[in-house]
Design a protein around this ligand. Structure first.
Ligand code: FES
Length: 112
């Protein structure tokens, strides 16, 4: 989390793509298993949902604020964090893609 915050701070002051690339080497990949897409988490995305959309995936969503649970998808492996919290509760084994981020640098595999 500290690395992510550091990156955001640096990114707001500079537009250094090299910094982004260097940090990506130590960050998780997000594997959208059904879609056959593996996308590197760069730390600039708000959520895994946003990362999927950047890679042209058509993922379900509703409120985009962690309330409605419309964006929930099963997590096959890896862990996620909710840096801004959420009020909706996903089903057991699922994550709210609109407001979650990978926890640490372990890849997150999603059945989506
Ligand atoms: S879109 Fe509503 S909880 Fe994610």
């Amino acid at each position: 989390m500290d690395d992510l915050n550091l990156f955001r701070k640096q990114d707001s002051k500079t537009s250094c793509i090299v910094v982004n690339s260097e940090l990506s080497k130590n960050m998780a990949n997000i594997v959208f298993e059904k879609s056959g897409v593996t996308a590197p988490w760069t730390g600039t995305e708000e959520s895994i949902l946003e990362l999927g959309e950047i890679h042209d995936l058509d993922l379900d969503y509703g409120c985009r604020m962690g309330n409605c649970t419309a964006c929930q998808q099963p997590i096959v492996s890896g862990e996620v964090d909710y840096p801004n919290g959420h009020t909706g509760e996903p089903d057991e084994g699922n994550a709210l893609l609109c407001c979650c981020q990978p926890k640490g640098d372990v890849d997150v595999v999603i059945n989506a």
